[in-house]
Every structure is written in structure tokens, then in C-alpha cells.
Design a protein around this ligand. Structure first.
Ligand SMILES: Cc1ncc(COP(=O)(O)O)c(C=O)c1O
Length: 468
């Protein structure tokens, strides 16, 4: 269902006074900095009537396309009816369950997952979320190899927990909390020579996303992945793929590693595993003695209450059933190609605004010349009913990751909105190019704090002009 013209979905609007009250309380009790940031970028919206590819903002009455989907969490659409029903049925019969005890839902989901996983990834651990799955994967690699070294990639994103943050390749997230875990080193993505220089008999694992998401949508080259597989085998290191963002159809295959045919030793999944209705995550590992023996000898090497809960497993089973029955990854490939072609056309028309278009399936990004253009574009899109987020570790890249159930007409509407937003950006280009020539100005404009202040000022100006 498209997000435009859905009169049936329109609900009572929230009056401006009520909006101000909610904003003030959100700032007071949750996060004032985030509130300022959202307001500055026209993202001070509430998500009501979540359905299909979007939601309605009750302040403005606008239907918004969700092209962020919490970084690939809503693959089977917002509020998927079949998954919602499975959740209601699960509540009749199950609760979270007791951690560590056997249960039918856990077993049913584990069997389903390993039947879908590529190669001999035939065993798994449940985890409570993406970051927790990465913790489990790194502990498994260190425990099974008895080695400390983890090689990760520059600008990678693996979450905000201890090991995951230590593998996070952006200073911005790390430096307030240092020292982080020792033993982590970083290489440029898609650069096998750099890995060759540092891999050794101390390396427990090489960890990467098959398509870097937060780094700015960089698909791994096939020769890079094949080279990594061979290097890991040569040095006795493990290969870990983080498919938390790329998994469950997002890239046009059920798992992104199917594009290259390279099977990792350990693979993490989360987000869309449960249709984004109930937290659940999993860590697949290969049925090989080194890994299996370690887990058998240390069955409690990783413990979490929330992962593999009975309700979570029931909901995940239905989300998987929906994916498989509808072969939704095929739609991701088709709609991804449509979007990419349209963006490439926009690039040809606007070579000064768009530097590059990249992506795989419905994980598509456009890169601009300057970081500060990311927030500008996000703002321009929000004003055209498209919620999209620039890459966390590369603000100059705008990501488009709508639900992979999106249809042709909806995609046409998204493309039209992007076209209009680019036209807005183009108007700003002459000022931006002049400013960029002044020493130090680009650095200033790229600062999140400066952007929030400038946008907040513009927003205040706009409101006092009676527009907002
Ligand atoms: C590739 C990747 N890994 C790990 C994570 C962390 O997942 P979570 O936020 O569930 O901890 C994310 C979240 O965006 C992710 O995109």
C-alpha cells in the first residue's frame, strides 16, 4: 500500500499544543539532544498507523515512506498483518520462557533457520539483539581459536556493546569510551593486500559486513571475499559475516553471502529475523569440530535472557514463512534495480551533486561531495514525506532501505520525492561550493553540532513565519 492518498488511514490529528508537550517531555525524560536533532531535520514526527511501507505523522497528517526501516529491520513491511497475528497467537500460549530450558518454539525456529542457512552453517546460538550477537560471535571466535586478534574494517558498524564497539570503525562512536577491548585492528574495506599484511597466527577472526551499511553502502567485491576465505583458511583464522543489516532478503538474496558463494565460519543475524515485532537474533556457526567442540565444552560461554524467547521464536517463524512464501528477496532485487537505475539517471543529470550511486538489492546509497549535504538531503526528503537516514559512519551517503515488499507504484513515488529533493539541494550548491573553498569551513559545516544549530535556527525562522 502506498503512503499517499490513504484517506482511510487518516486518524485524528494531534494538535500543535499537544505536540509541544510531547516534545518537551521527550527532551526532559529521554534525550534533549536527540529531540533538538530531530526537530532541526523535520523529523519531529510520531509514527502512527504503521502499515505497509510507512506510517502517518499525526502532527501534520502526512503519510511518510519509511526508507530507513531502522537500518533494515522492517523487511516484511511495517506492522505485517501475518506476523502480528502470529504474535497475538503466541501471547495466548507462550511467554518469554525460561532461559536455558528446552522449548518447542526454540527448536522449531532453530530447525527452520539452519534449513535456510547457506553451506554448513548448521548450528546456532540465539542472542537478544544485533550487538549481543556480535559479542557472542567474537567470544566464540576467540574461545574456539584461543587467539586474541580480530581484524575489522574501517568505518564498519557492528553495534555499541563492548566487543561490537571495539570492532566499530568510526572514531566518533569510540573515542569517549577508550580504552576499548585490546586486539582489534582495522583494514580498508575491499583491500585484501591490507589484510595480508596484518593477518597472523594470532588472528582469531576477520569480521565484516558483506555490504557495509553505516560506512556508506559498500558491497564487498567477490574476489575480496574469496581472498579472505582463502587467507583465513591458510592462517587458521575464522571468517565472520555480520548479516544483521543485509540478511533476510535485503540485498536480493536471502543472505548477502549468497551473491559470492563464500560461506563464513560464523554469521550473525538480527533485525528482520522477527519482522521487527519482538527482539530476536541468532549466531550461526559451521558444523566443524573446532567450533562444535568449544560450544559443547562451554555450553554457557554466552548467556542472555532475551534471545531465543518463546514468543520471539514464534514471531520469527512467521516472519520467515512470509519471506519464503512470497519470495520477497526477488522483489528486493527487482525494486532495487529500478531504484538504482533511477538514481544513476539522476546522477547523470546532476553530476555536481551526486558523486556515486552504489548498492545491492534494496540497500542503495547515493554519495554527495560533502558530508554536510547528507543532513541537508535528509531534511529535504523529510519535507517530501520520505524518512531516510544518512549513513551513521559516512554522513555524505544517503541510504535508501525501504521495506522490501515495496511495489512499483510506491517506488515511483519515492523516486519522484528523491528527484524533487535533489532539485532543492542543487539550489544550495553554488553557496556550498563557495563556502567549501574557505579554509576550515567544510570541517565546520560537517560538524553535527553546527548542523543542528543551523537547522534549528532555520526551523525557528520557518515556524515564526507561520509555516510549521
Ligand atoms: C551491520 C550491523 N551490525 C550490528 C548492528 C547492531 O544491532 P543492534 O542495534 O540490534 O544491537 C547493526 C544495527 O544497526 C548493524 O546494522
Amino acid at each position: 500500500m502506498g503512503v499517499q492518498g490513504q484517506a482511510g488511514l487518516q486518524k485524528a490529528r494531534v494538535p500543535q499544543q499537544e505536540k509541544k508537550r510531547i516534545e518537551a517531555l521527550f527532551g526532559r525524560y529521554i534525550n534533549r539532544g536527540q529531540m533538538k536533532y530531530l526537530r532541526a531535520g523535520h523529523l519531529d514526527v510520531l509514527e502512527t498507523q504503521r502499515q505497509g511501507v510507512g506510517f502517518t505523522d499525526p502532527y501534520s497528517g502526512k503519510r511518510m515512506y519509511d526508507c530507513f526501516t531502522s537500518a533494515g529491520s522492517f523487511n516484511v513491511s511495517r506492522h505485517n498483518a501475518a506476523v502480528m497475528q502470529a504474535m497475538e497467537e503466541a501471547l495466548d500460549e507462550w511467554d518469554m520462557g525460561s532461559f536455558g530450558l528446552m522449548s518447542e518454539p526454540k527448536l522449531a525456529l532453530a530447525q527452520k533457520l539452519v534449513s535456510l542457512a547457506p553451506g554448513d552453517l548448521k548450528k546456532l546460538f540465539f542472542a537478544s539483539g544485533g550487538g549481543d550477537a556480535i559479542e557472542c560471535a567474537i567470544k566464540l571466535a576467540r574461545g574456539a581459536t584461543g587467539r586474541p586478534g580480530i581484524i575489522a574494517t574501517i568505518k564498519a558498524y557492528h553495534g555499541h556493546t563492548g566487543f561490537a564497539l571495539s570492532a566499530n570503525g568510526k572514531e566518533h562512536y569510540r573515542h569517549y569510551f577508550e580504552p576499548l577491548m585490546p586486539g582489534f585492528s582495522f583494514v580498508p574495506f575491499n583491500n585484501l593486500e591490507a589484510v595480508k599484511k596484518i593477518i597472523s597466527k594470532d588472528t582469531a577472526a576477520v569480521l565484516l559486513e558483506p555490504v557495509q551499511g553505516e560506512a556508506g553502502i559498500f558491497p564487498a567485491r567477490e574476489d575480496f571475499l574469496k581472498g579472505l576465505r582463502a587467507l583465513c583458511d591458510e592462517y587458521g583464522a575464522l571468517l565472520i559475516f555480520d548479516e544483521i543489516q543485509t540478511g533476510f532478503g535485503r540485498t536480493g538474496r536471502l543472505f548477502a553471502c549468497e551473491h559470492s558463494g563464500v560461506i563464513p565460519d560464523i554469521m550473525t543475524v538480527a533485525k528482520s529475523l522477527s519482522g521487527a515485532l519482538f527482539p530476536n537474533a541468532a549466531v550461526f556457526y559451521r558444523d566443524i569440530p573446532r567450533l562444535v567442540d568449544f560450544v559443547e565444552q562451554h555450553p554457557d560461554f554466552h548467556v542472555c535472557y532475551g534471545g531465543g524467547s518463546d514468543i520471539g521464536c514464534r514471531v520469527s517463524l512467521k516472519a520467515l514463512e512470509f519471506l519464503m512464501e512470497n519470495r520477497v528477496w526477488e522483489n528486493a532485487e527487482r525494486m532495487g534495480a529500478k531504484l538504482k537505475n533511477a538514481l544513476l539517471e539522476l546522477q547523470r543529470e546532476n553530476p555536481k551533486v551526486i558523486k556515486e550511486v552504489r548498492g545491492l538489492g534494496l540497500m542503495v546509497g547515493i554519495e554527495y561531495g560533502y558530508e554536510f549535504m547528507g543532513p541537508l538531503m535528509s531534511d529535504a526528503l523529510a519535507q517530501r514525506n520520505v524518512f531516510a537516514a544518512y549513513s551513521g559512519n559516512a554522513p555524505q551517503v544517503m541510504r535508501f532501505m525501504p521495506p522490501i515488499t515495496i511495489n512499483e507504484k510506491e517506488m515511483d513515488e519515492v523516486i519522484a520525492a528523491i528527484r524533487a529533493a535533489i532539485a532543492d539541494m542543487k539550489r544550495l550548491l553554488p553557496i556550498a561550493s563557495i563556502a567549501a573553498k574557505v579554509p576550515g569551513v567544510v570541517k565546520l559545516l560537517n560538524s553535527e553540532r553546527v548542523q543542528t544549530s543551523v537547522f534549528s535556527f532555520l526551523r525557528y525562522f520557518e515556524r515564526s513565519g507561520g509555516k510549521a
